[in-house]
Design a protein around this ligand. Sequence first.
Ligand code: SF4
Length: 692
Amino acid sequence: VVDLGMPTRSVITTCAYCGVGCSFKAEMRGDELVRMVPYKDGGANEGHSCVKGRFAFGYASHPDRVMKPLMREKITDQWREVEWEEAIGFVGRRMREIQDQYGVGAIGGITSSRCTDEEVYVVQKMVRAAFGNNNVDTCARVCHSPTGYGLSQTFGTSAGTQDFKSVAKSDVIVVIGANPTDGHPVFASRMKRRLREGAKLVVIDPRRIDLVRSPHVEASYHLQLAPGTNVAVVNAFAHVVVTEGLVDSDFVAERCEGYEQWAEFIARPEHSPEAVEEITGVPASELREAARLYATGGNGAIYYGLGVTEHSQGSTMVMGMANLAMATGNIGRDGVGINPLRGQNNVQGSCDMGSFPHEFPGYRHVSDDTVRGVYETLWGRALEAEPGLRIPNMFDAAVDGSFKALFVQGEDIAQSDPNTKHVTAALKSLDLLVVQDLFINETAKLAHVLLPGTSFLEKDGTFINAERRINRVRPIMAPRTGKHEWEIVCEIAQAMGYPMTYDHSSEIMDEIAITTPTFSGVSFKMLDEKGSVQWPCNANAPQGTPIMHVDGFVRGKGRFVETDYIPTSERSTRRFPLILTTGRILSQYNVGAQTRRTANVAWHPEDLLELHPHDAEVRGIKDGDEVALASRVGETHLHARIDDRMPVGVVYTTFHHPVTGANVVTTDNSDWATNCPEYKVTAVQVRLKKAA
Ligand code: SF4
């Protein structure tokens, strides 16, 4: 950290990394950011922070940042710096030409969970109103789309049920497929505080994460299940609850529907802990005891991450957890609930803002005539009633030749999406790839036009964290590129002949409030007065809603859904005998585009492959050796770390560095309902490449 002397001014803003959404005081001296100080009145963090939010802001002024629009020369294939007018005019013209040649549906857009709500909203508006189709999707497709589907089916809306504070009232905390210490550090501290006070902990994860045993915290149960068997485990929990008479009958009778049929299903012997022991690898006695603890130990709260959603049965698992919470009455009050720990700062917001091909903002289906009518009147355009393409559909259609142009907002899909070879082939097939980003990342390297984006220090808008908290993001400087990201999107729409203008991003939030019932009470003015608010915020809940489903579920009655366990098709074979699963590390963030350009990289300069000592020994691999990691779709090389956190037969890596590129080997298997990729289960082989 460079000492720039005493600050002369400060601005309260929000961290641009994880879904905790910590508030910070950004302290400036002149135009230089001196330091980020955790803000004591921040609703999500109450004065705490982690190493990313505190120290990893240097990327905003990194020399790699692109400051002028770039267009690729056809003949030399080199970038050429151009003025905004030329770049935007070209994009608008080519988009229209491609539609004239290949049809209205030949173009689409992808939004980013790292952008503000206002920036995301205008992209989905551009796609629906200017492109004239619903080919808009968000990077949440590859992380929490099963949360959206599963919670909508059971509870009626796609959101975590609790505020972060609620964990202080939990008696039993179940953490499934999440590693809060690394992924959501500030919330993990809150959780650990409660555990040190005596709450019980159950961890369901193939990897022995830090939470299992950390200072003064020890899990009562660590159910070290085989990757891909979540649904069998949650069904076994529910089986114990139903067959041992642990159901909260009053809650179920008053608040839910479909119980009788579901109870008959879940009571079947194939869901018993004894029956699933062989599938999951978890001893039946531990499954039974952990289920009893959750059902009878007082307030039971479930917190989960991508280890739940990034599976071929991700949506089924979300519904399985919802079933379990309803059956035990663990919904609708402090200390309980179903809580997705969102990875990126604005996953919740990017979903709320309607960047799905089937939903307008506020999770309302595009086929709903009344809702569509509201937007048609306001936007002055007839809108498409059929859902558009999801991201994987766009890739497939690009390879097939029917999808020809893509606008990508702040998302490095070439590094983050599975099966890199297929994604790269799709992007190379496009007639026009437009990327709006800070850096020439792996996706931008394939783009025809690069439109420079802004860092969070230049943004004026809102992020929504994992507890539905709408936080203000305030600029400490004007856009260094000369344009706000929402302005770029509006100008592309205008270059295509669709009038779309705002004087300020607050006007975009005003439009969101007019059209989206759960946001009707929200404005920049109100947020500046209150600090932050949790949606729904409207006439029924003017102060916001810290806890959902208190008196009734959003859909009326909570709905039990039968959740059959179906094994993934991705299994170990003679050729690929190990199972790879992936995750994050504390000091880095996702594909590392930001954190790799800060001092944080010193803590984690490369992705490593964790192997159990037994799996290493039989392959002659020692700590630090270079190994080849191969699956049926690709091969990459990394250094080995011998560690018994993983069970025998399972290996683990992170995905923060493009050189090692874990997604070279992940496949395009995906969740049956949402196409969320099955990053967490890939059959692989590991070979010694070069001894250390
Ligand atoms: Fe808070 Fe997450 Fe930012 Fe860390 S990365 S400061 S936990 S919002």
